[in-house]
Write a protein that binds this ligand. Structure first.
Ligand code: XLS
Ligand code: NI
Ligand code: NI
Length: 437
C-alpha cells in the first residue's frame, strides 16, 4: 500500500527530556489525570479541511503546498487518495477523532444527486478506514458557504430555493455523519450574516435560520441520529456581521427560538478573540449556561484582525481552557478539534506533524497544570470566599428576591457604608504563574 508520509513512524511519548521533534514531550495518552486518561480528557481531533484540503492559499496567491495525493486529474481519485492519506496521518499521530465538511471529502458534481452519490462512495471508504484504524468521527458538518449559490447565505438566503438547497445538504450531511457514527454535528453559520443592512431583512433572516435548525432537529429524531448538535459562534468573516457572533448571542438566539435544549456550543479560540472576548470567557460563559459542547482548538494573532487559524501553543490559554473544562466535568460528546492550518511556508508533510504535536503537547500541559490548580483549589477557594456573604441567611434572602427595594433601603440606612474587599488580582496572577511551569 502507498505511504503518504514515508519516513515518519508512529509518534510516541518520550517525556519532557526528549529532544526528538517528532515525539510527544507531554501528551502521554494512557497517563491518568484526576481519574481519567489524558486521551479521555482531551479527545483530540484532526480537521480534514485545513490539514488535507488547505494548501496554503491566501488572498494574494494560490497554494504553496504540494501533496502527493492531489496529483491525479480525476477528482474522485484525489478524494480517495486524500482519505487514505488522512487516515495514515491520524494513525501515525495517534489521535482518536477526525472532523469533516461534506464538500471536503467529496467534490461537488454537476447536480445534487451525483454529488450525493460521490459522497456515498467516499463515505464507504471512510467507514472502512474507521473500522481498520479505530479512529472515530467527532463531528460532521455541511459546507454552506463556499459555493456561489450561498453568497447571500444558506438558511438566511433571500431565495427559498437556496434555503431548500442548504436544507438538502444538511439532510445528507447528517445522514452520512450518522452512518460514520459521528458523536456530533456542527452548524457554523458560514455566510449567515450580512454585508449591509441596506439590502437585508434581518428579522426574516433570523426567523428562517431558526426554521432550518428546527427542521434539522426534526430530521435528527426521524433518522435516530444520536449525536450532539453544536452551533459554532463567530462574529465576522466571511460576512461583516455574523448572526452567531458569540456565545451569548447564540444563547439568546437558541432561547428565543426554543432550540436551547437541542444545541450546545462549539467554541473556537480565535473566534472568541475576534469577538473581543478571551477564549476563557467564551468557554466559561458556555459552561456556566450548560452549553459547553466542544472546542475548535486554534489561536489567532493579536496583531492581525482575521481568523489566522494557527495551531494552539499558548500555555495560559490551554491551561485556562482546561481549568474551565475540568470544573464543569469535562467533555461528554465533544473534543479538542484542531481547526488550524500550517503556515504558507510550512510546505512539508512533516510540518503537519510538528503542528499537531505542538498543539497536543500544549493542551496536555494545560491539562496537567489545570488539574493541579483544580486539585489544590486555591483559585476556587478564593472565589468561594469572595462571595461567601451570599451564603448567609441575609445573603440568601436578598439573592432570592425576597427583599424589596424599600427593605433593602432600610437595611442600607441601618448598615451605613458597606465594607469593601480587595479583588487581589495581582496575587492571583502570581499564583497562576507559579502553576504554569
Ligand atoms: C470557520 C470555522 C469552520 C467551522 C466548520 O471559521 O471555524 O472551520 O469550524 O464549518
Ligand atoms: Ni471552527
Ligand atoms: Ni474558524
Amino acid at each position: 500500500m502507498v505511504e503518504f508520509f514515508p519516513g515518519i513512524r508512529q509518534i510516541k511519548y518520550e517525556g519532557p527530556d526528549s529532544r526528538n521533534p517528532l515525539a510527544f514531550k507531554h501528551y502521554n495518552p494512557g497517563q491518568k489525570v484526576l481519574g481519567k486518561t489524558m486521551a479521555e480528557h482531551l479527545r483530540f481531533s484532526v480537521c480534514y479541511w485545513h490539514s488535507f484540503k488547505g494548501l496554503g492559499a491566501d488572498p494574494f496567491g494560490p497554494g504553496t503546498i504540494i501533496r502527493e495525493y492531489n496529483n491525479s486529474r480525476d477528482p474522485m481519485t484525489v478524494a480517495e487518495l486524500t482519505m487514505r492519506a488522512a487516515f495514515e496521518f491520524y494513525t501515525k499521530l495517534g489521535v482518536g477523532f477526525w472532523c469533516f465538511h461534506d464538500r471536503d471529502i467529496a467534490p461537488e458534481a454537476e447536480n445534487l444527486a451525483e454529488t450525493n452519490r460521490r459522497l456515498d462512495e467516499i463515505v464507504a471508504l471512510a467507514a472502512k478506514l474507521q473500522r481498520d484504524t479505530g479512529v472515530r468521527l467527532l463531528w460532521g458538518t455541511s459546507n454552506l458557504f463556499s459555493h456561489r449559490r450561498f453568497m447571500a447565505g444558506a438558511g438566511t438566503n433571500p431565495s427559498p430555493y437556496v434555503f431548500a438547497y442548504a436544507a438538502s445538504q444538511v439532510k445528507k450531511a447528517m445522514e452520512i455523519t450518522k452512518e460514520l457514527g459521528g458523536a456530533g454535528y456542527v452548524f457554523w453559520g458560514g455566510r449567515e450574516g450580512y454585508e449591509t443592512l441596506l439590502n437585508t431583512d434581518l428579522k426574516r433572516e433570523l426567523d428562517n435560520l431558526a426554521t432550518l435548525l428546527h427542521l434539522a432537529v426534526d430530521y435528527k429524531k426521524k433518522i435516530g441520529f444520536k449525536g450532539q448538535f453544536y452551533i459554532e459562534p463567530k462574529p465576522k468573516e466571511p460576512t461583516k456581521h455574523q448572526y452567531d457572533s458569540d456565545a451569548a448571542a447564540c444563547h439568546a438566539f437558541l432561547q428565543k427560538y426554543d432550540l436551547v435544549d437541542h444545541f450546545k456550543l462549539n467554541i473556537e479560540a480565535n473566534h472568541a478573540t475576534l469577538a473581543g472576548h478571551s477564549f476563557h470567557h467564551e468557554l466559561e460563559y458556555a459552561a456556566a449556561n450548560g452549553l459547553l459542547g466542544s472546542i475548535d482548538a486554534n489561536r489567532g494573532d493579536l496583531l492581525l484582525g482575521w481568523d489566522t487559524d494557527q495551531f494552539p501553543t499558548d500555555l495560559y490559554d490551554c491551561t485556562l481552557a482546561m481549568y474551565t473544562l475540568l470544573r464543569y466535568g469535562g467533555f461528554k460528546t465533544g473534543g479538542l478539534n484542531f481547526d488550524a492550518k500550517v503556515r504558507r511556508q510550512s510546505i512539508d508533510p512533516e510540518d503537519l506533524f510538528h503542528a499537531h504535536i505542538g498543539g497536543m503537547d500544549a493542551f496536555a500541559r494545560g491539562l496537567t497544570i489545570a488539574a493541579r490548580l483544580y486539585k489544590d483549589g486555591v483559585l476556587e477557594k478564593f472565589v468561594r470566599n469572595r462571595y461567601k456573604a451570599w451564603d448567609t441567611p441575609l445573603g440568601r434572602k436578598i439573592a432570592s428576591g425576597r427583599m424589596s427595594l424599600p427593605q433593602l433601603e432600610a437595611l442600607t440606612l441601618k448598615q451605613g457604608e458597606p465594607k469593601i474587599a480587595s479583588g487581589r488580582q495581582e496575587m492571583l496572577e502570581n499564583i497562576l504563574n507559579e502553576y504554569i511551569r
